[in-house]
Design a protein around this ligand. Structure first.
Ligand SMILES: Cc1cc2nc3c(=O)[nH]c(=O)nc-3n(C[C@H](O)[C@H](O)[C@H](O)COP(=O)(O)OP(=O)(O)OC[C@H]3O[C@@H](n4cnc5c(N)ncnc54)[C@H](O)[C@@H]3O)c2cc1C
Length: 410
């Protein structure tokens, strides 16, 4: 690895500046923590405005709760309940994730998830984007990182270029920064033999109520034929009117065909095919939305984290950019939160003048790459196993619930 030239004198005369690519959950959390620590940073986001991309979902923060709190300033922490899927219900020490047989409706197992922060992504993102420097309409196209310089430059599709001391790729599963570090072939997501389709929709009042009676927050069901059906409450504008509640629906199934249903008709057809196999009231719920829902469909994919040359402490990764993984055990964001907290601890050490940036980044990356790789592999294995009835009960979600893998419990 090249020695970073002139870093002492450069850094005594100007303020360290981190460039963060991607204003998703992880990018915004890093920026929030940097702001509290007085570390200068700027976020660059390809969207022209926040939540321009309409697709929304919700996720649960479980084992990363302490690091999540660490990243957030008090004025945001104090308003977190407002972005829960049901702010009036708030948190509950009795939250559980029931896991059911999708064919019979029989309860297979209950996973305790006390005080899970189930957050609506779009609202959560709007909250954590407050008060930080985000430049919109900035799609990263290239990175310039010359040997003779101590700095790094981000180049954007609009022809502009910005230079800083560190570039953090928090640009999601298809990361352009990861592509810069590894080249397009080595950085590419590895497609899996699974397809996932989802939607966020309202239900007729009676069905919505029946579904909420199964569990207040969420549940998952597995079918012997291979499909996995997950439903989670997404929005409760009026607690007394179940027809106003929004639900996040997900269906995932094994597929070796190499193709993904893309046009709305194909998606609706596949959705209906699987929904017909489900026990009541899930069948009615999935069928009720089928004719009008806006579906998204993707082949699930992962990338197994491995070490990269961080150009002497100038380019790194965090969140899905570093460890894109499947979502059946809810580990992606939880690991991204750990990245945000640990990276900011490292930057803070550097800012206090205790260590060189290359040294603190090496420490951050060593822990993160090992943890991220283990989470990607375990999540991928789990996803394959929950779609195979013979393997289901041996899968990590049955043996560990939503807990972190042991090493990440720090
Ligand atoms: C249905 C579903 C349920 C899930 N449930 C859970 C759960 O319960 N628990 C959990 O821990 N995880 C869960 N996950 C995973 C979780 O959503 C992700 O791990 C997390 O959102 C990743 O955040 P991120 O900030 O790393 O990436 P993203 O949220 O993808 O953000 C990346 C940002 O970078 C921007 N960007 C991309 N390319 C560029 C570019 N070239 N230039 C500039 N900007 C760019 C994007 O526009 C985006 O804003 C779930 C995922 C799904 C799909």
């Amino acid at each position: 690895m090249q020695k970073r030239q002139g870093s002492q004198s450069d850094q005594s005369t100007r303020q360290f500046h981190a460039l963060i690519v991607g204003a998703g959950s992880v990018g915004c959390l890093i920026a929030q923590r940097c702001k509290t620590l007085n570390i200068r940073c700027t976020l660059f986001e390809r969207e022209n405005y926040l939540n321009e991309r309409r697709r929304d979902w919700n996720f649960g923060i479980t084992h990363a709760l302490p690091q999540f709190q660490e990243c957030l300033p008090d004025n945001i922490s104090s308003r977190l309940t407002s972005v829960l899927v049901d702010p009036i219900r708030g948190l509950s020490g009795n939250d559980t994730l029931p896991m059911l047989n999708a064919e019979s409706g029989e309860l297979l197992m209950t996973v305790p998830t006390p005080n899970v922060f189930r957050l609506q992504r779009s609202k959560f993102r709007a909250l954590i984007a407050e008060g930080i420097d985000i430049q919109y309409g900035k799609r990263l196209s290239n990175i310039r990182c010359e040997d003779e310089s101590t700095q790094v430059s981000a180049q954007f599709e609009d022809g502009t270029e910005v230079t800083g001391d560190l570039l953090i790729g928090a640009d999601g599963a298809n990361s352009k920064v990861r592509e810069f570090l590894f080249g397009p072939d080595e950085a590419a997501l590895q497609p899996m033999a699974l397809i996932g389709c989802g939607a966020v929709e309202r239900l007729p009042a009676k069905i919505s109520r029946q579904i909420r009676d199964v569990n207040d927050l969420y549940f998952v069901s597995y079918h012997p034929a291979g499909v996995c059906a997950f439903m989670a409450l997404h929005d409760v504008p009026d607690a007394s009117k179940p027809e106003t509640w929004k639900w996040m629906f997900s269906l995932t199934w094994p597929d070796r065909s190499g193709s993904v249903p893309r046009d709305p008709k194909q998606m609706q057809q596949k959705w209906t095919e699987w929904a017909e196999k489900l026990a009541e009231p899930f069948r009615s719920a999935y069928l009720a939305i089928a004719p009008n829902a806006t579906f998204w469909c993707d082949r699930l994919a992962e990338w197994r984290t491995k070490p990269w040359d961080n150009r002497n402490g100038r380019v790194t990764l965090a969140g899905d950019a570093a460890h894109p993984m499947t979502y059946h055990r809810g580990q992606g964001l939880n690991n991204g939160i750990l990245d945000a907290a640990f990276l900011c601890r490292a930057l803070s050490e550097h800012e206090r003048g205790e260590k060189d940036i290359a040294e603190v980044l090496a420490m951050y990356e060593e822990e993160m790459q090992e943890r991220g790789r283990a989470a990607v592999i375990s999540s991928g294995e789990n996803s394959l196993m929950v779609h195979d009835w013979k393997q289901l009960k041996k899968s990590p979600v049955f043996t560990m619930g939503l807990k972190a893998l042991e090493k990440s419990e720090k």
